[in-house]
Write a protein that binds this ligand. Structure first.
Ligand code: NAD
Length: 265
């Protein structure tokens, strides 16, 4: 496999895109540690893969939980080559003017804690072990890191902040650690919202248009699934497929004009 002998840590690896990355990394020969807040999803991924996976139950907003996960990866698999910061929350496109001030404040805090603080403290926890192996970080961003309309202002601002995390850490952690991101587009997953906005129990899959409609947002006429987005995560993690690449956001979002010229949709 392209990732034979590598040790990776994936946050939010219990479902959706994170789970697809875990499954693909294992298929490519890696060993994977998962930091995940859902005990049920963690149980499922460990049950599916046995001792090639280590599960750590915890919250990405906690620096200590990230340190525990890095320790688990190092002691189980001898080191850490790839940190995939991926766990996130969405704001269900909530417009600014629909957010009462108190909800705006508490929703901001909760969403930025996961989407931005989680990436920064995760990077802090993983940097030393990654430097020891000449490894790399990969963060999951979004079409919303690059374009408007993929979320409301909370989500869009948080994913744009992720671009800053990548740019600054690529600069600070060079030359030992490469830092990049993948920006996927929409997919039906269990992606939740902030409890502070009453969105802790709602999933993006409940509100996305059906697959046939989803392709209208794709320049490639695709209704993409999580599995369709994992290739760049392999490219960026493999030991010698992207050795000169750092500080980039790989735009995998296939966001296009809603109607391509000439397309009858
Ligand atoms: P998902 O909810 O299926 O997966 C995210 C996982 O992270 C879940 O298993 C969840 O339990 C876990 N998680 C959430 N908060 C956590 C926390 N505080 N601590 C530990 N684990 C936590 O959703 P997904 O769509 O696979 O989302 C993964 C990433 O993809 C996110 O960063 C999201 O912003 C991004 N993304 C998703 C879409 C989409 O349309 N689904 C589009 C672009 C980008």
């Amino acid at each position: 496999g392209r990732l034979a002998g590598l040790s990776a840590l994936v946050t939010g690896g219990g479902s959706g895109l994170g789970r697809a990355v875990v499954d693909r990394y294992l298929a490519e020969g890696a060993r994977v540690t998962v930091l995940e807040r859902s005990e049920e999803k963690l149980h499922d991924v460990v049950a599916a893969h046995g001792d090639r996976v280590r599960g750590v139950h915890g919250d990405v907003t906690s620096g200590r939980d990230n340190e525990t996960a890095v320790q688990a990866a190092v002691s189980a698999f001898g080191g850490l080559d790839t940190f995939v910061g991926n766990a996130g929350l969405w704001d269900f496109n909530r417009p600014l003017l629909d957010l009462p001030m108190a909800e705006l404040e508490s929703g901001f805090r909760e969403l930025f804690d996961v989407n931005v603080k989680g990436y920064v403290v995760g990077a802090r926890a993983a940097a030393g072990a990654l430097a020891d192996r000449g490894g790399s970080m990969i963060f999951t961003l979004s079409n919303a890191a690059l374009y408007p309309g993929g979320g409301g202002v909370l989500y869009t601002a948080s994913k744009h902040a992720g671009v800053g995390v990548v740019s600054q850490l690529a600069y600070e952690l060079a030359p030992r650690v490469r830092v990049n991101a993948v920006a996927p587009g929409g997919m039906a997953t269990d992606l939740r919202g902030p409890a502070a906005l009453g969105l802790g129990g709602r999933a993006i899959s409940d509100v996305l248009p059906a697959a046939e409609q989803l392709r209208r947002y794709s320049a490639l006429d695709m209704s993409a699934t999580a599995e369709d987005y994992v290739d760049p995560y392999v490219l960026l993690a493999a030991r010698s497929e992207s050795r000169t690449v750092t500080g980039t956001v790989f735009d995998a979002s296939h966001v296009g004009t809603p109607r391509r010229p000439g397309a009858d949709r």
